[in-house]
Design a protein around this ligand. Structure first.
Ligand SMILES: Nc1ncnc2c1ncn2[C@@H]1O[C@H](COP(=O)(O)OP(=O)(O)O)[C@@H](O)[C@H]1O
Ligand SMILES: [Mg+2]
Length: 601
């Protein structure tokens, strides 16, 4: 099994109930997209009906011309001839004009829907909780926003028009033939049986084929994104040959599915042509005998042949529509899946007032597990008085980051509650919580833009002087000045590239500027080398002053500035005391501390 594709939307073997649910979900989405466009939609339908009427009038007018106007012209009465020609031309011109308006209108409609969908996707995925993004992966979000939206766009801007215009044309053509010559209509009607059978066969096969092709293409994109986003690890571990091989397998699967689809078209298209030509021949044969017997005018026969001939014209387009429909439908299914995801940490509907927080953090009977996984934090209570600096230490996987994520409400506890100053953080608005709780992680992500802008993110209304003061406070000012454009250096441009340690200093300045009541540093100093860390120590003290802080660090030098140390193991806090008290004792921390001391000399 690959790393991907285990999620329900990407499986090809949904059971009946699941498929019904998924289809209903896409219909709901389609409904909400179409609702605001209803008046325009009605206008478009009216336009296509009228223009198809004019278009289909052509052969009937020719019949009129042959059977009525020509005989009259033979006796020097040219009025019918001119009438037919002028009406024929007018119908043609009107068809062209109405088709123009129809196409303009549907283009506007489809682009408006696409615009709406694109924005909804962005706004919604951005709003979803960390839990969603950790589970869904960036590659799949990218696939939704790119190839899926594209296939919906293709359907809306081309396929759907073809279907409506083509379908209307076929219905009107058959109707006109029925009115003009019911016998020929019956012949055409007979052709519908092989046409239906062939099309059904084609639909079932291509349906399956397209599903496979899309899964293959989405895996390709995901693998590509994963490789490129992890390119450093790929290179570090010389994973290129293996990746190349795997990518080769993925492209081969994709190629195979595509080739199979092309083969299906290779059977369907000639089949269509065969049925069409046979029908024309049959209409000619049956009609020819009736002309001989004097039952049918030559003009009507000509029109019947033209109708029979033209009837099949849109069929090929409609068959091709079917693929774009299939891929758009499945894209819509997946997009509707994302759009119906609810944030797992929803914002409170009527948040309580939360200002000037002191920063007393409490865990009350908190237990935590990631969705249905094993228990990561066993039920515990913890009280962190306002202003205290806590250091969390413990083995990898002990649950330190998870505990930190609960304070910043990336997740909600499975049981119990987390409070700040006695208020359940679930009752606090996102805006207030983000202002009062700031988490700095090892990634120390920088957005494209200048250094100053990146610091200013901490408090968007801060002045340049405040930005510089923050940088000075954490000891980032000097290195920023040494960048090519100082504070205006673009961190993503050549020359503006900063080291990971410098990135962390910038994110410290950002946090300092934000001035939260509670600050969490998750391995935030781990990218710093020992000398830089010494430099940062001083900045760190400034950063921690006057606020509650939780520091997760594996360097004990950082830990010693804490008021209190919590040692975690397997989801439990096993030691909890002042660092020097713990160091003097006999526990885990004492062991760590003495070996660290030994390495210092
Ligand atoms: N997003 C996640 N989904 C499921 N399990 C997770 C997730 N993040 C962490 N875990 C699991 O939770 C446990 C604690 O992880 P974590 O809090 O990151 O540990 P630490 O930060 O102490 O190294 C680990 O067993 C880890 O596998
Ligand atoms: Mg961690």
């Amino acid at each position: 099994m690959s790393l991907f594709g285990t999620n329900d939307e990407e499986r090809t073997d949904l059971n009946k109930e699941e498929s019904r649910y998924v289809r209903a979900r896409s219909r709901r989405l389609l409904g909400t997209l179409l609702r605001p466009m209803r008046p325009k939609l009605v206008a478009a339908i009216a336009l296509v009906l009228v223009s198809t009427g004019f278009r289909v009038a052509g052969p009937a007018l020719i019949a009129l011309g042959i059977d009525w106007a020509i005989p009259r012209a033979l006796v020097q009465d040219f009025t019918p001839m001119w009438t037919v020609v002028i009406v024929y031309l007018s119908a043609a011109v009107l068809t062209a004009i109405l088709t123009y308006f129809f196409l303009m209108l549907t283009a506007k409609l489809s682009q408006a829907m696409l615009f709406d969908l694109r924005n909804r996707m962005f706004v919604h995925t951005q709003k979803l909780s960390v839990e969603f993004h950790e589970r869904y992966t960036a590659g799949r979000v990218i696939a939704r926003q790119t190839s899926d939206l594209e296939s919906i766009g293709e359907l809306l801007s081309g396929g759907l028009n073809e279907l409506v215009v083509g379908g209307m044309f076929m219905i009107f053509t058959a109707g006109a033939l029925l009115l003009l010559d019911p016998t020929s209509f019956l012949v055409l009607f007979g052709a519908l049986i092989p046409l239906g059978l062939l099309t059904r066969w084609f639909q079932v096969r291509t349906n399956r084929g397209y599903r496979k092709q899309r899964v293959a293409s989405s895996r390709l994109i995901q693998y590509f994104v994963e490789t490129m986003t992890g390119i450093r690890a790929v290179k570090a571990f010389r994973k290129e040959p293996k990746n190349q091989e795997h990518f080769g397998e993925l492209t081969e699967t994709y190629r195979k599915h595509n080739a199979h689809l092309i083969q299906l078209f290779g059977i369907y298209d000639p089949g269509l042509i065969m049925i069409g030509n046979t029908t024309v021949a049959a209409v000619l044969l049956v009609g020819g005998f009736r002309v001989l017997e004097g039952d049918l005018g030559i003009g009507v026969l000509t029109a019947a042949i033209l109708y029979a001939r033209r009837f099949f014209d849109p069929m090929e387009e409609i068959a091709i529509f079917y693929n774009s429909y299939q891929s758009a439908a499945s894209a819509l299914e997946k997009i509707s899946g994302v759009l119906e995801e609810e944030p797992t940490v929803p914002e409170s509907e009527n948040p309580v007032e939360f200002k000037d927080a002191k920063g007393n953090v409490r865990f009350e009977g908190v237990k935590f597990q990631y969705s249905t996984g094993p228990i990561v934090l066993h039920p515990f209570d913890l009280d962190i008085p306002a202003g205290q600096t806590i250091a969390l230490v413990g083995t990898t996987g002990a649950g330190k980051s998870t505990l930190a994520k609960l304070i910043s409400r990336f997740y909600d506890p499975s049981e119990g509650r987390v409070t700040i100053d006695g208020i359940d953080i679930r009752d606090v608005s996102n805006k207030d919580l983000r202002r009062e709780v700031v988490m700095v992680t090892q990634e120390a992500y920088l957005f494209s833009g200048s250094v100053a802008e990146n610091i200013q993110l901490g408090r968007p209304d801060a002045t340049m002087d405040e930005v510089i003061a923050a940088a000075k406070a954490v000891g980032a000012h000097e290195f920023i000045l040494s960048l090519p454009d100082g504070y205006d250096t673009d961190v993503n441009k050549r020359g503006g590239r900063v080291s990971s340690g410098q990135r962390q200093l910038i994110s410290f300045a950002r946090a300092f500027l934000a001035n939260p009541a509670v600050l969490i540093l998750d391995e935030a100093t781990s990218s710093l080398d020992i000398p830089s860390e010494r430099l940062v120590q001083h900045g760190l003290k400034t950063l921690l002053k006057g606020r509650t802080a939780v520091i997760i660090a594996h360097r004990l030098s950082t830990v010693t500035i804490a008021d209190r140390v919590l040692v975690m193991e397997h989801g439990r806090v096993i030691e909890d005391d002042a660092p020097m008290t713990l160091a003097a004792g006999k526990g885990k921390f004492a062991q760590l501390y003495s070996s660290w001391k030994a390495s210092q000399v």
